[in-house]
Design a binder for this molecule. Structure first.
Ligand code: KG4
Ligand code: ZN
Length: 348
């Protein structure tokens, strides 16, 4: 990999992430401001508030990262920024700051696909997976299985036909009275519950393809919760047991489809990325199931599972390592892409 110092900026949703990545030493300094508390009262992300908060946080975060790493802006080789997909206004904040810095410093801007950031982030873990591998991308907006042959060489194997796994976690958590984002809270509650007390469906587990569906599971959880809440007196244990049953159903589906993807591609490495990849039960069960099939699972460090600037800086370093000419094709226009299928990104 060439000797590069890259500033990474992520503002696609509700986290302002900034990182500095040195491609030779591997030194990574990153800082994050999560807007979760600000949005919690609304039960979800309010796009206008998200953009305004990114504006407030981004410059101080860049200053912190530069100071903490004891480097200077003049040493940068490139500025990497999430170009999409994501919330339009939020993406514009990162994109305009990157363009402004680039113009002031005379450095190039590298626009990165948010999911490519998640997809390559397990390469920051030790041991690092070799190409090719199957990637399970499980976030609030996406649930996809991809075959990853190399940097920029991605083939979609299957995806959700309705809700994303994280979205299902968030919606079911909300039914259980847990605050946004519900995934981490639901999985914590599930630790206190019995996953076998209630049986929830495993949608499309036997469909024979690599597609997912989670909206029926959420509806089944809703029906069950309503039934249990109508019983008097209400069983104090029911919420934890429903949470455990729901988590077990999602985990079972994600495992079955991931193993099927390994079988159909003949690959032996599985990489898990995206916020739901931080789920402890998924990590434990998937690692065990993959081992029995002779496959190995790789996860990004926990702190890099959810949105962050490090994965954006790192993805840019990987791209530049393969295609150094990208440095000459800097695009400083604000051409964000709110909708941007990963399979449409150029291979180089
Ligand atoms: O990748 P991410 O930070 O943002 C995007 O959607 O791009 O993922 C956030 C999603 C949310 O739906 C959140 O509830 C879920 O990941 N999540 C979890 C856990 N941590 C985050 N879901 C289940 N268990 C967790 N431990
Ligand atoms: Zn994400």
């Amino acid at each position: 990999m060439p000797n590069l110092l890259i500033l990474g900026i992520e503002t696609s949703c509700d986290e302002t992430g900034v990182a500095l990545y040195d491609s030779v030493t591997g030194q990574l300094t990153h800082a994050l401001h999560s807007q979760i508390e600000m949005h919690a009262g609304y039960g979800g992300v309010v796009p206008e508030l998200a953009s305004r908060d990114h504006i407030r946080r981004i410059i101080p975060l860049i200053e912190n990262v530069i100071k903490e790493s004891m480097r200077s802006l003049s040493e940068l080789d490139a500025i990497a920024v999430t170009r999409g997909p994501g919330l339009g206004g939020a993406l514009l904040v990162g994109s305009s700051v990157a363009a402004g810095l680039a113009a002031a410093l005379g450095k190039p801007v590298i626009g990165i696909h948010h999911l490519e950031g998640h997809l390559l982030s397990p390469l920051l873990s030790v041991p690092r997976p070799e190409f090719p591998f199957v990637a399970l991308l499980v976030s609030g907006g996406h649930t996809q299985l991809m075959a990853v042959m190399g940097v920029g060489q991605y083939r979609l194997l299957g995806e959700t036909v309705d809700d994303a796994a994280g979205e299902a976690f968030d919606k079911t958590a909300s039914l259980l009275g847990l605050s946004y984002p519900g995934g981490p809270a639901l999985s914590k509650l599930a630790e206190l519950g019995n996953p076998r007390r209630y049986n929830l469906p495993r949608p499309m587990i036997g469909s024979g393809d690599l597609e997912f569906s989670f909206s029926g599971l959420k509806t089944a959880a809703l029906t069950l919760i309503r039934k249990l809440e109508a019983v008097s007196p209400v069983d104090p244990q029911y919420r934890a047991d429903v949470a455990a049953a729901f988590q077990a159903a999602i985990v079972d589906v994600l495992i079955a489809k991931s193993l099927a993807a390994l079988r159909s591609t003949g690959m032996t490495r599985l990489v898990v990325a995206g916020g739901v990849g931080g789920n402890k039960s998924l990590r434990r069960e998937l690692t065990r199931a993959a081992e029995t099939c002779g496959a190995k699972v790789f996860y990004p460090p926990l702190e890099l599972c959810t949105d962050n600037g490090a994965m954006i800086a790192f993805a840019a370093a990987m791209r530049l390592g393969e295609h150094p000419t990208l440095l000459e094709n800097s695009d400083t226009s604000f051409n964000i892409k709110s909708r941007w299928p990963l399979v449409e990104i150029p291979a180089n």
